[in-house]
Design a protein around this ligand. Structure first.
Ligand code: NCD
Ligand code: ZN
Length: 345
């Protein structure tokens, strides 16, 4: 008999679905395996109000193929103009699950993000009061700070001060890429959690730069040195409930990636679960995969875990497409660099 593993249906706690033709093409790639996902609001223009979030949720549901079961968990993009009452009303209506903080200029479509953190204090205090989590892109944007140090600097300069100034604020440090972030999260109380992407468990910065530049491995926060990747693998497979999956699957068309100024983002929705099963098996932690993909996230967000189950089976290498076609152009699927033997279903 082939080895198999049955787990509760996973959720993705950080996902970019985009809009229009791209949304229509990438949504089934996530909905095939994931029951719910935290939907990133960095559209152009961004999703900043409850009205925007409702309209975007409606577009996502309209794009969902019949028969697929998927619930988008919406977020608002925090700006210096965000109205605390609008946020509270959207939360009370069950429309949003989190608010997203992008430091201005930190990543793709983040120009409307926060420059002066004092200007969002009222929103953060309201969120602490109503128990609405803040999802944080944890990188400073100071041009003086080396890109490989931007996450570690963010912890000291921004994240820790915000958390001290706003007791009770629940924070998800997203797509952590460093041992510094892992150490910070594990040293704090249960109001802080972290998501880890699939690709950061697989690649380090050599994968991007050695033997020629590999634009499809370029994402933000950028992959760091090997010691950091190993720290992420240890955290993800540790069973510590503060770490859970947020794929940060971020589609950009090939011309936008393979360019003199290529966009940041790895598209992993299609093969994420096969890759994760491979990683957890390598770490001798297959029994902890369900916690990472299906239990820890709901527990942090105060949601029930999914009742449905999926089964992963180990066998011959699973063929995945190199690219998926979208109405906007081809999108390259993340290549882990090794054959994948675990298949869903
Ligand atoms: C994301 C995107 O393309 O929207 N890119 C990325 O490299 N992760 C933005 C983000 O989450 O930083
Ligand atoms: Zn992202």
């Amino acid at each position: 008999m082939q080895p198999s593993l049955t787990i509760r249906r996973p959720d993705d706690w950080h996902l970019h679905l985009r809009d229009g033709a791209m949304l229509a093409a990438v949504l089934p790639e996530s909905a095939r395996h994931f029951a719910r996902a935290i939907i990133m609001p960095n559209l152009v223009p961004p999703v900043v109000t409850g009205v925007h979030a409702r309209a975007y949720r409606d577009r996502i549901m309209a794009a969902l193929p019949g028969g697929m079961d998927f619930t988008p968990l919406m977020t608002l993009y925090l700006t210096e103009e965000t109205d605390p009452d609008d946020v509270a009303a959207a939360h009370a209506d069950g429309l949003i699950t989190a608010v997203k903080l992008y430091p201005a200029g930190a990543t793709t479509n983040s120009a409307s993000g926060v420059r002066d953190f004092d200007r969002v204090r009222g929103v953060l205090e309201k969120m602490a009061e109503i128990g609405l989590p803040l999802c944080v892109h944890g990188e400073v944007t100071d041009p003086e700070v080396d890109i490989f140090d931007r996450e570690a600097a963010f912890i000291d300069r921004v994240l820790d001060p915000i958390r001290r100034a706003t007791p009770g604020l629940r924070v998800v440090m997203e797509h952590v890429t460093t041992s510094d972030a892992v150490a910070y999260v594990t040293s704090q109380d249960r109001d802080l959690a972290a998501t880890i992407t699939t690709h950061h468990l697989v690649i380090n910065r050599n994968h991007i730069l050695v033997g020629g530049i590999k634009p499809h491995y370029y994402c933000l926060p950028v992959a760091k040195r090997e010691a950091h990747r190993l720290a992420l693998r240890a955290a993800a497979t540790s069973g510590d409930a503060r770490f859970f999956l947020g794929t940060d699957s971020a589609p950009h068309t090939d011309p936008l990636k393979e360019s003199a100024c290529g966009c940041a983002g790895c598209f992993t929705a299609t093969n994420t679960l096969s890759i994760l099963a491979h990683v957890f098996e390598e770490e001798g932690a297959l029994d902890r995969l369900e916690g990472f993909t299906s239990l820890n996230g709901p527990a942090f967000y105060g949601l029930p875990p999914n009742e449905a189950r999926i089964t992963l089976t180990r066998g011959d290498p699973v063929p995945y497409p190199d690219k998926i076609d979208t109405g906007d152009g081809p999108v390259t699927v993340f290549d882990p660099g090794f054959p994948l033997h675990w298949q869903v279903g």
